[in-house]
Design a protein around this ligand. Structure first.
Ligand code: GLU
Length: 349
């Protein structure tokens, strides 16, 4: 073999093996604004969930420098239409993929409206320590300064990063890495909408290079008893937003409609008018589990402050906001309807 041929064979071998050494990241697309399209690049109106996963990947050609990516389309919906059926399909598929030795991490594209709920659902039901990272965007893929491509790049980088492993399900967005437990959407349209206002971010990412500041405090993923791999449905839990002079009949309506649990998005420290408290107490006597959360952004709802939870058999939501309290309550109700056992879960996850 002459020298020229030898060097080209060696170069081909090196380029092959260098690429093979890159982590393998599966991108699962569910829809959202990140896959949204508008008629022009400068308008507010658009339709979520129009663009497929291959187009999302093609929009970020440099992805192949940080990972071996492949895509899968699970759904293509605006996340206001996220459903139990998609949640169950997603959790099962992630558990299948994460069990494969040739998958190093999973990135999920998702609408931002309900991203915190999906992330927390997966945080409790994914049975793997491998990185599972959600991302989305506030601007559709056709917009001026679309934020999707860099968010996908950073999410894939985090999913490919061994340092992200064991931190539960993460959301990588707007150059920050959040825990599914802590993140919440705070602004209807701004690109810096996501915050973890109570416990702070997990880390930060700049063009695919990440720094990690902490691990989540609460248990998650492999350290929960929640497994939906064989589930076909989730129990109904309704959220009732509490307000001045609220009547109790909304509680009765939820019970009549078949709710197995009710999350009260209470005022202040999970408080509610007496009529609502009486109606919720009646609901517990019919076996419905009542969780007191708060409509306030910050702080936690603890037991027996102004409401006698011990006497009324209520559960206090601790740090979980109402939509996340609903997620945990639904999973808890698949195992027990004992308020004391469920309170222990709210103290743990
Ligand atoms: N409704 C859209 C969704 O959640 C808007 C939010 C977004 O993705 O930015 O899919």
């Amino acid at each position: 073999m002459n020298f020229k041929i030898l060097t080209s064979v060696l170069a081909a071998a090196l380029s092959c093996c260098g690429a093979a050494e890159l982590p393998a990241v599966k991108i699962i697309a569910t829809g959202g604004t990140i896959a949204g399209e508008a008629a022009t690049s400068a308008q507010s109106g658009y339709t979520s969930g129009q663009v497929g996963v291959d187009t999302l990947i093609k929009a970020v050609p440099t992805l192949n420098k940080i990972a071996r990516v492949s895509g899968e389309q699970i759904s293509n919906v605006g996340s206001q239409d996220m459903s139990d059926a998609i949640w169950l399909k997603l959790a099962k598929r992630i558990n299948e993929l994460a069990a494969q030795p040739d998958v190093d991490g999973i990135a999920i594209t998702h609408g931002t409206d309900t991203m915190e709920e999906t992330a927390y659902f997966l945080h409790l039901t994914v049975k793997s320590r491998k990185p599972v990272v959600l991302t989305g965007s506030m601007r559709p893929s056709t917009a001026l300064s679309a934020d999707g491509p860099l968010n996908i790049y950073n999410a894939v980088a985090v999913a490919a990063d061994p340092l992200a492993a064991g931190r539960g399900v993460l959301v990588s967005i707007n150059d920050q890495i959040h825990s599914a437990h802590d993140i919440t959407k705070t602004h209807t349209t701004a690109t810096d909408t996501f915050m973890s206002p109570y416990r702070g971010v997990i880390g930060a990412t700049a063009y695919g290079v990440s720094q990690y500041y902490r691990t989540p405090f609460r248990k998650h993923t492999v350290d929960t008893p929640f497994n939906v791999d064989n589930a076909t449905s989730l129990p109904r839990v309704d959220i009732l937003y509490v307000y001045e002079d609220m009547p109790g009949d909304l509680v009765d309506a939820a019970v009549k409609a078949g709710a197995k649990g009710i999350v009260a998005a209470g005022v202040g420290n999970g408080n509610m008018p007496k009529a609502v408290m009486d109606a919720l107490s009646r609901a517990t006597q019919q076996g419905v589990v009542v969780v007191r959360a708060s409509r306030v952004t910050l702080g936690f709802v603890g037991r027996n402050v102004e409401v006698d939870d011990d006497k009324l058999n209520f559960v206090a939501a601790e740090e979980l906001n109402p939509p996340k309290a609903r997620v945990l309550l639904r999973l808890a109700l698949m195992q027990t309807s004992d308020p004391k056992a469920i309170q222990a879960m709210f103290n743990t996850y």
